[in-house]
Ligand binder design. Structure first.
Ligand code: SF4
Length: 239
């Protein structure tokens, strides 16, 4: 049986990740499904536009929600919730992620994973063990080293990102590749080049407009997203 503690004497792979946030109902995070969201702390990227930066930078100081409490609250909503989304931060950094998902699966929950795609070996394990029902991978920009690192605020292994893309693109489960775009970071040419990296008959692509509300890099709070007309024209490029 899997241990339910977030920390303690258990081995890292069976010790469940500390859940730092719990949203009981979301209409928008899993296309077509009403889901709950668990937020795990820690991330290996430092995207300047990140809205979840407390989870990225200071999650150790945040309260941990006991996993058994989450299971209870989920069970109370079983009639109308259709799945659980695991987000972050970057969930694949938590060694106990497969054990946590297995526990949720054992309770009958469908699982969506949000990931930045930097840990293809974890993604491969989760897919191989049939632990995922949907994956949303944030692809930050075209796979060019300079551009990617400007968007993530750190050095990035682009081969790992490509491996994660390939894993999802060839998997049988529903998936989407998402990109948050900002005028300071993305051009129309970038988006066109990005769409060419995918077989759109198999993979759904989604653009999200940058929102300057509370960003990891405070300088980005002075930036603006694309104006609606331009954003619409960019969305049309990926449709
Ligand atoms: S937006 Fe970037 S920094 Fe924030 S959680 Fe996602 S990958 Fe990590």
């Amino acid at each position: 049986m899997v241990a339910a503690q977030a920390s303690g004497s258990c081995a890292p792979t069976t010790c469940l990740p500390a859940v730092k946030g719990f949203l009981e109902t979301s209409f928008i995070d899993w296309p077509g499904k009403l889901c709950a969201i668990l937020f795990l702390g820690g991330c290996n990227f430092r995207c300047p536009f990140c809205h979840n930066h407390p989870l990225v930078l200071t999650s150790e100081g945040m309260e941990t929600i006991p996993f058994e409490e989450i299971l209870r609250r989920l069970a109370a909503r079983k009639k109308w919730l259709q799945g659980v989304c695991i987000s972050g931060g970057e969930p694949t950094l938590s060694p106990g992620l497969p054990a946590m998902i297995a526990r949720l699966k054992a309770e009958g929950w469908a699982i969506k994973l949000d990931t930045n795609g930097s840990r293809p070996e974890v993604l491969a394990q989760l897919l191989g063990d049939n632990l995922l029902d949907m994956v949303a991978m944030d692809v930050k920009t075209v796979l060019e080293q300079d551009k990617y690192e400007r968007c993530t605020g750190c050095s990035v292994d682009l081969e790992a990102i490509q491996q994660s893309i390939d894993l999802l693109a060839h998997s049988a489960i529903p998936h989407e590749f998402r990109m948050t775009i900002a005028p300071r970071l993305h051009t129309e040419e970038d988006i066109v080049a990005w769409t060419r990296q995918f077989d759109r008959t198999r993979s759904r692509l989604t653009l999200q407009n940058f929102n300057p509300r509370t960003t990891l890099d405070a300088l980005f709070e002075k930036e603006q997203g694309f104006v609606p007309e331009i954003f619409s024209s960019l969305v049309a490029l990926v449709a």
